[in-house]
Design a binder for this molecule. Structure first.
Ligand SMILES: *Cc1c(COP(=O)(O)O)cnc(C)c1O
Length: 375
């Protein structure tokens, strides 16, 4: 008998858990008569900053917007500016750097963690480097103690791309856990619906401990206005988080820790069930929040077809590194220039991972994976 399909994701299950609260939040906004930059956004900014352990938060229109605004607020703009980032996290970072008119400098990742290799970072820094943008990929923090040590030594600000890492943490040099959002000068979050903290539409935010940076970000998200109709900041645009999404995010934020704990539990189930299979599983990390559960296989394409044929959702995050995307051919990176990034792109496969996934579903996914790699 054919077992039921397992979806890659299912946001309806998450919404069902908190449906009454989401409905009440939505009604509150509708009845307020105020829909852009009001009390819900201000409250969410306070609550999310407190959650991260950051002093300040500025809500914006999306994660991609947050990356661009961070570079603008740090003056990492214009043709003389270089921004160092990785090439395995889709092309969000490269797009933001090019929007800022700066030059992306792409470096390789550590093959175990899939995040920025600190040694490659040290080698890529030049007199034109204006910012460093590590990505906390799949829910795991980049090696922030090492990256911050290098950045601080050179006096270069760090912009964390924390779009996949709400609530993820690592121990700081003082021995205390520090979450994504408090390591660099600025951190950027996305609330795209499928992220660990997701809105019911687009949304994003930046965290910082610097009041001047926060004030600049608030001007930049609103046409560059210093006060109503008075433009004080070049490079401003319309990049606002709306009241409705902020109200919904305030509900969802209260479920974030439980969701992350559930993701970690499902990751431990996969680790147990797939331990004997000829695969590379994510290396252990206590502060990982498993935005995605990504395995590696030398037979990735066959395995993916097998899962699809057996009704198990899966995807590849991401199949084509930024430096090899045709749209970015001008950047001048030849195939082979980022070897770990390129090898991983051919091996990675993301399995279903969301807090409401059942044990039976994880067992079904694992059984189909094992069948796929044993053929
Ligand atoms: C989703 C994502 C973004 C972009 O966020 P949007 O809100 O979709 O613009 C940026 N960086 C990473 C790593 C992401 O996963």
């Amino acid at each position: 008998m054919e077992s039921p399909a397992v979806p890659f994701g299912d946001l309806r299950r998450q919404n069902a858990v908190m449906r009454a609260e989401l409905d009440a939040a939505m009604a509150r906004v509708i009845e307020s008569g105020w829909y852009i930059l009001g009390r819900e956004v201000a409250s969410f900014e306070e609550e999310f900053a407190a959650y991260c352990g950051a002093a300040l938060c500025v809500g914006v229109a999306s994660g991609a917007e947050a990356l661009y605004l961070a570079l603008a607020a740090l003056d990492a703009v214009g043709p003389d500016a270089e921004v160092i980032t990785v090439a395995n996290a889709c092309m969000y970072q490269v797009a933001a750097i090019l929007q800022a008119g700066a030059r992306p400098v792409l470096i390789d990742v550590d093959p175990m963690t899939h995040t920025m290799d600190p040694q490659a970072l040290e080698a890529a820094i030049s007199s034109r480097t204006r910012a460093i943008m590590p990505v906390h990929l799949f829910g795991r923090l980049a090696d922030m103690p090492a990256i911050m040590a290098i950045a601080d030594r050179h006096g270069i600000p760090v912009v964390e791309d924390a779009a996949q890492a709400h609530g993820a943490w690592l121990f700081g040099t003082d021995g205390h856990p520090r979450k994504a959002g408090v390591w660099g000068a600025i951190a950027c979050f996305s609330f795209y619906p499928s992220k660990n903290l997701g809105a019911l539409g687009d949304g994003g935010a930046l965290t910082t401990s610097d009041p001047e940076i926060a004030a600049r970000l608030r001007r930049l998200r609103m046409y560059g206005w210093g006060s109503k109709y008075h433009t004080r900041e070049p490079g401003g645009r319309n990049s606002r988080l709306d009241e409705l999404q902020a109200a919904l995010l305030r509900v969802k934020l209260r479920y974030l820790d439980a969701g992350n704990a559930a993701r970690r539990e499902r990751a431990s189930w996969y680790a147990e069930l797939l331990a004997a299979a000829p695969l590379t599983l994510p290396s252990p990390d206590h502060g990982h929040v498993y935005h995605l559960y990504v395995i590696e296989s030398s037979q990735r394409d066959l395995l993916r077809s097998h899962l699809q044929a057996r009704g198990v959702g899966c995807d590849v995050h991401y199949p084509e590194p930024a430096h090899l995307q045709p749209a970015y051919a001008d950047l001048g990176y030849a195939p082979g220039s980022l070897p770990h990034t390129e090898t991983l792109a051919g091996r990675i496969l993301s399995l279903p991972m969301f807090p409401e996934l059942s044990r039976v579903e994880v067992e079904r996914v694992a059984a189909v994976v094992i069948e796929g790699v044993s053929r």
